[in-house]
Ligand binder design. Structure first.
Ligand code: ARG
Length: 474
């Protein structure tokens, strides 16, 4: 099969002055960014309005001209929002589409908008604003998820379940404590994203193509109008820098990792052999062949989507690693991975909160699982230590107690005092009735009130701290 190039099309590019021939259609289709950067139209227009106002204030264009540009940009915005504006691929990107339409509406004054500006700093500005706006959404969705974990924890301070290490039953913990572990993860995510957002929302306008500009611009006033935290320090750095996108992609990957971990637990817990949770019908699906099935597809897809967010981070890291200063067209490849991660993170955070609020915890099943796993074994060993048996010996005796109970298919707490004392016969100690209180799962949990532990007072303190944080950060 031979690929024939189509005849060149005539197109008057805004940059077309030095070109005799027009670009081939294949090249236009290959190099365009309009198919994805239209998503930044709001940021593009806000940035252009701030730039126009500043040009007027600085006397670089007249105030009337600035007003005409601002009004025209609002008209372009209205056309976009009502679906009237026809995006043109031959105009490459959102920046040139908006400017071209503006000039059609306001006439020649439209051609003054780009004074003292380059698409290199303009596309940075738009994308920095876009990323920052997205990160603010992540913050609010992640806080909402923390609130959902806190709510479910508050409702489940009494229930216990096996805490695991190596995916094997280890020690009893309160369900609230288990859920709050995730609340803290997502709180850290909020803080990470907020920190990253500060570096994203810095204005590059005034850097122009790479070297700054000879016009007497006032970059700070543009930054102020756009409620940005500051302005660039080095024009070459800022048009080449995409660190903030990398950071955002990393933050997104960590969020997806945290989501994927709770998804993994939900998937296990929903398995009838655990039956620790019942998912709401709204968050499960059936099987086309097996009528009994209720599948945790939402959790599975979410766990699966973590992969694409890692891929997006790798994607941009790889794009950036060999790029010399300053702007290179490769940088246009920054948007698709971020936009994909953004959608993944936002939809996942929101769905997880809904799913969590709809879950029914089978605390009866959790309680049963404690017994089967000998989750009070550590308690018995610690009890023997209080009787002056060295810990290593206590560990050994407890191991034999577990083996005995396992043989009889009962819990440790079902062994008799005679059984216990027979196991301790080499030591001069008597196991007494109090051992049964010690072996009680609820006692085991309630004795772990060390700050950050699973004891009820320690969990209450966590809930207080998280609630205060949620209130203060709304
Ligand atoms: N679409 C381009 C991007 O996103 C805009 C900047 C183009 N600059 C240039 N010098 N061709 O990177």
């Amino acid at each position: 099969m031979s690929i024939q190039s189509k005849p060149p099309v005539k197109s008057a590019k805004p940059w077309g002055g030095r070109f005799k021939e027009s670009t081939s259609q294949e090249v236009e289709a290959y190099t365009e960014s309009i198919s994805f950067d239209t998503k930044m139209y709001r940021q593009d227009i806000a940035g252009s309005k701030a730039h126009a106002r500043m040009l007027g204030k600085q006397g670089i264009i007249s105030i009337d001209e600035a007003d005409a540009l601002i009004k025209g940009l609002d008209l372009v915005l209205a056309e976009i929002e009502t679906g009237k504006l026809v995006w043109k691929q031959e105009l490459e990107d959102v920046h040139m589409n908006v400017e071209t339409r503006l000039t059609e509406i306001v006439g020649d004054v439209g051609k003054k908008l780009h004074t003292g500006r380059s698409r290199n700093d303009q596309c940075c500005l738009d994308f920095r604003l876009y990323t920052s706006d997205a990160l603010r959404e992540w913050v609010s969705l992640a806080k909402n998820l923390v609130a959902a974990f806190v709510k479910r924890a508050e409702e489940n301070t009494e229930a216990l379940l096996p805490g695991c290490t190596h995916m094997q039953p280890a020690q009893p913990v309160s369900l609230a404590h288990h859920l709050l572990a995730y609340a803290w993860m997502f709180k850290r995510d909020v803080e990470r994203v907020e920190d990253c957002e500060k570096r994203a929302r810095i204005s590059p306008l005034g850097a122009a193509a790479l070297a700054g500009t000879t016009y007497n611009l006032d970059p700070q006033s543009v930054a102020d109008e756009l409620e940005m935290y500051g302005i660039f320090k080095n024009s070459m750095d800022v048009v080449a820098d995409r660190d903030y996108v990398l950071e955002a992609l990393f933050c997104g990957s960590v969020i997806m990792t945290h989501l994927s971990r709770i998804c993994e637990e939900i998937i296990w817990w929903a398995n009838p052999q655990f039956a620790f949770v019942m998912l709401s019908d709204a968050h499960s699906t059936g099987s086309s062949i097996m009528p009994q099935k209720k599948n945790p597809d939402v959790a599975e897809i979410m766990r699966g989507k973590s992969g694409r967010s890692y891929g997006n981070l790798m994607n941009l890291l790889t794009t950036l690693k060999g790029l010399p200063l300053t702007y290179n067209r490769d940088l246009q490849e920054d948007k698709v991975p971020f936009m994909d991660t953004d959608k993944t993170v936002q939809t996942s955070l929101s769905l997880m909160a809904d799913m969590l609020l709809g879950i029914r915890f089978r605390t009866d099943r959790m309680e049963k699982a404690l017994k089967a796993g000998f989750l009070n074994a550590t308690e018995f060993a610690d009890y023997l230590v209080t009787k002056d048996i060295p810990f290593r010996e206590a560990h050994h005796i407890t191991g034999r107690a577990v083996a005995l109970a396992e043989e009889r298919n009962i819990g440790l707490e079902d062994l008799s005092l005679d059984d216990f004392n027979a196991l301790c016969q080499d030591f001069n100690v008597t196991v007494e009735d109090e051992v049964y209180t010690i072996l009680d799962y609820h006692t085991a949990v309630s004795r772990r009130n060390i700050s950050g532990g699973t004891g009820p007072d320690a969990v209450k303190a966590q809930l207080n701290e998280l609630n205060l944080w949620l209130q203060s950060s709304l």
